[in-house]
Design a protein around this ligand. Structure first.
Ligand code: INS
Length: 643
């Protein structure tokens, strides 16, 4: 018998067992029951074509529902929820700092260098601890790492809340960063290793939903506490203690990953944990398959040396590592954090004049990012990782083009500077020399002060910005924000033109496309593509790459914008997203519905595997149920029954 037909037979047997199981469990008088019965009898009776009693989609839906009822005890959701608090803290602590900084720089009189230090120290230490997290995960397991991360989050929150000076603040931000790095690489792995295959993508993606949820919550807290006359930043930075402590307490009771336990030879404990997280399911088959694959892995990759070195030596893990790190790199190169950071300005450009609104507008952007990540949670098991990521990066690339064209149009229609007064406080200021708003707005020391004449820009000047608060000029008509009532406006970082709305349109389009795919998929895919022996190291490297490129992109954005102008910067990001598309198209296989132990094989002969998701199972079903009737194209998400 050929390999292919024996595979099909195996799949059919699994299908028929599953259906048989369902038949035994099915309740009287259920429509689904008759579907399942018909399916199972035709599976067992493979003599000739069965009558097309029901569409394959109905069958699949029925099977999916029944199967999920059978195998998904609530415990898995509790476990994923507590773990994803790590994602929430990642989002909260990276998001809250922008609002806190507005208050801190006034209260502590922070120089630009200190502001920069307080923001990037967290991302920098996250990069280091993500890399170190690989070793910790391998040695001590996932649970102690999550406990450590939540301890660091809570400790960091206390230090930040009580900080008497900027030096202590810096220590607090570094501690929090160490927590973020460890959580960012451990949580997806822990969820992926505990979830049943048909829910794995969805549950890991929930972690990114929590990241964007944390960012949204942070922006709301920033808005709310910005009204406090004093010490608002202490609440902003300290609030993360609550989820940190909840996660810590929860993880005192949650179990270690069963796969890590099996790898360490703690087989009894592993069986206990598997039974706990699989509820009434028989765990023997899953346990044996994990154990066998670990034993095979150990035989194949036996040897000393650093794991990273062994990963680079084996073609399949090398490819997986390239795919994982590449995805994370392109996620950041597509400019998500720049776009989010710059969103308030983009919205102001589009005509929102009230300065106090800026902080709430940033919340709106974070909310869009959050809501569309939810779409990703819904889509990931329906369309699969590959299609979702490809669609997302293609849309991201187009939206970046729209943003670039929007900025190009605003540059081309940049208003003239009509007045050139002398700055009384600093007569040598170069601001007043700019001829057009465009040059003025690219200079970080200057802003554009203008009067509206109906719908067009009237008298205008370029003057120096108030260093304390960029929402007003240091002198003249725009040094008093109440002048807006008389039609006098201050534009810092942007130029008012009739085309400004195009950038807003680009921003929304960007988030709609980025959030469901490029936001979560790099994390989700990385949690599943490495074999167990390489999983901690693989995730550590790819999370490290994510953080390193995060720092790089945010630190270089203003310089890039200065050299290439804003539209040039967005054209550049769009080009990078196009490269990302080619990379993903060429390298990312579909992992949906497969057991973690099967996924390594997808990287063995990449070209063959890329477009072959679940084809054996599809063929099997097609053979059994659809002779003579059309089997629609596409992936049905039936793969979870390929036991
Ligand atoms: O997946 C997340 C998410 O997209 C966040 O919004 C972003 O700030 C992070 O950098 C990214 O890793």
């Amino acid at each position: 018998m050929s390999r292919k037909s024996s595979d099909n037979e195996y799949t059919l047997r699994s299908l028929s067992n599953l259906m048989g199981e369902k038949r035994r469990n099915a309740k009287d008088d259920s429509g689904e029951r008759s579907l399942i019965k018909a399916a199972s009898s035709s599976s067992i009776n493979s003599q000739g074509p069965a009558p097309p009693v029901a569409s394959t989609c109905d069958l699949e839906r029925a099977a999916r529902k029944q199967f999920q009822e059978d195998v998904t005890p609530a415990f898995v959701f509790v476990l994923a929820g507590f773990s994803a608090l790590g994602g929430f803290l990642f989002g909260y602590d990276t998001g809250v700092v922008s609002g806190a900084m507005l208050l801190l720089k006034k209260e502590m009189n922070l120089s630009a260098l200190w502001q920069e230090l307080l923001v990037s120290s967290t991302v920098g230490s996250a990069a280091l601890s993500a890399l170190a997290g690989g070793v910790l995960n391998g040695l001590f397991g996932r649970r102690p790492c999550i406990l450590l991360a939540s301890f660091l989050f809570s400790l960091g929150a206390i230090v930040l809340m009580a900080a008497p000076n900027k030096e202590v603040l810096l220590v607090g931000r570094i501690i929090v960063g160490l927590g973020i790095g460890i959580a960012s690489m451990t949580v997806p792995v822990y969820i992926a290793e505990s979830a049943p295959p048909q829910l794995r993508g969805r549950l890991v993606t929930v972690n990114t939903l929590f990241i964007t949820g944390g960012q949204f919550f942070a922006s709301v807290i920033d808005g709310a506490f910005s009204y406090l006359p004093k010490d608002g930043w202490r609440y902003m930075l300290g609030l993360s203690i609550a989820p940190g402590v909840i996660q810590f307490l929860g993880f005192l009771f949650l179990p270690e990953s069963p796969r890590w336990l099996i790898q360490k030879g703690k087989t009894q404990k592993a069986r206990r944990v598997l039974s706990q997280i699989r509820g009434n399911q028989n765990i023997d088959e899953e346990y044996e398959s994990i154990k066998t694959s670990i034993e095979e892995e150990e035989k194949e990759v036996a040897g000393d040396g650093l794991v990273i070195w062994r990963m680079l030596t084996y073609p399949s893990t090398r490819r997986a590592l390239i795919v994982g790190c590449g995805l994370q790199m392109f996620q950041q190169l597509a400019g998500i954090n720049t776009v989010m950071y710059y969103s308030a300005t983009i919205l102001q450009m589009a005509g929102v004049k009230d300065d106090k609104m800026a902080i709430w507008l940033a919340a709106l952007t974070a909310f869009t990012n959050f809501i569309f990540t939810l779409l990703g949670v819904w889509l990931v098991e329906r369309v699969g990782r590959r299609k979702l990521t490809l669609g997302s990066i293609a849309g991201t690339m187009l939206s970046l083009l729209v943003l670039a064209v929007g900025f190009l149009l605003t540059t081309q229609h940049s208003p003239r500077v009509t007045l050139h007064p002398t700055d009384p406080s600093s007569p040598n200021s170069t601001c007043t020399e700019y001829g057009y708003c465009d040059g003025c707005m690219l200079d970080p020391d200057c802003g554009f002060c203008y009067q509206m004449n109906g719908s067009s820009v009237g008298e205008s000047s370029c003057v120096s910005v108030n260093k304390e608060s960029t929402s007003q000029a240091s002198w003249g008509r725009c040094s008093n924000t109440s002048n807006t009532a008389q039609g006098i406006f201050w534009a810092y970082n942007y130029c008012p033109t009739a085309y400004s709305w195009t950038a807003l349109f680009g921003l929304i389009l960007y988030l709609v496309f980025f959030a469901p795919g490029m936001g979560p998929m790099p994390w989700t895919v990385n949690s599943e593509i490495y074999p167990l022996w390489a999983r901690s190291t693989g995730n550590a490297c790819s999370a490290g790459v994510n953080w390193i490129f995060n720092v790089l992109v945010s630190l270089t954005f203003l310089h890039v914008a200065e050299y290439l102008t804003y539209y040039g910067a967005f054209f550049l990001y769009s080009g990078l997203a196009a490269l990302g598309f080619l990379f993903i198209y060429g390298c990312l296989p579909e992992t949906k519905g497969r057991r973690l132990e099967e996924i390594e094989s997808l990287f063995e002969n990449q070209l063959y595997q890329l477009n072959k998701p679940n084809s054996d199972l599809k063929n099997a079903i097609r053979l059994q149920f659809s002779k003579g009737s059309r089997f629609p194209d596409g992936d049905y998400g039936v793969s979870y029954i390929s036991l």
